[in-house]
Design a protein around this ligand. Sequence first.
Ligand SMILES: Cc1ncc(C[n+]2csc(CCOP(=O)(O)OP(=O)(O)O)c2C)c(N)n1
Ligand SMILES: [Mg+2]
Length: 203
Amino acid sequence: MSNIWSVQDLQAFETEIAESFNRGEIRAPVHLSDGNELSLIEIFKEVKPIDWVFCSWRSHYQCLLKGVPPEELTHEIMAGRSISLGFPEYRIFSSAIVGGHIPIAVGASKAEKLKRSGAHVWCFIGDMTSETGVAQSAIRYAENHDLPITFIIEDNEISVLTDTRQVWASETLRFEERSSSKVKSFKYKSKYPHAGAGKRIQF
Ligand SMILES: Cc1ncc(C[n+]2csc(CCOP(=O)(O)OP(=O)(O)O)c2C)c(N)n1
Ligand SMILES: [Mg+2]
């Protein structure tokens, strides 16, 4: 599904959103992606139209790669809904709450398994989110019930401004210590701050 979106196309989309945000045209927070383009393009080669994708507050790239038309996505972002984008017809949802989408993703994968639909669920989480109780329980449940779900940990090594490994006083996180058939991960570094596009905007 991803072959129509190149690294440059994804970056160009996000740059336009960043510029709109810095001009004060978007009256709500935005969380921009950068540095994870190649990893996402590779993962989305496996994502089928009937599959479900669940994301966090930063999901512009995932929406484009899942097939949401850029005009439709831009409309939702400009309307202030970047932080919790949802496009049921393209089978992609996101949540602004740390861990909020995880149990929903697990439930969706259980439903698809019971229906024998062949649909797979792809659940994107951050490195700090991957250490939460809800993520650990969900991964264990998905493994033991062999659910059609893959958790993808997008590891930028930080939670807003906090070093994740320092918080846990460990050089490694759980997913690095214990491999799982249900978990993939990649590292990336973004040029954008956690939220916004580098210029302070007063709503
Ligand atoms: C329940 C809850 N607590 C706190 C927040 C504020 N918050 C938003 S993103 C974030 C950091 C999460 O870090 P990580 O999982 O590594 O995600 P990243 O943004 O780095 O991809 C926090 C604490 C929130 N959105 N929801
Ligand atoms: Mg992080």
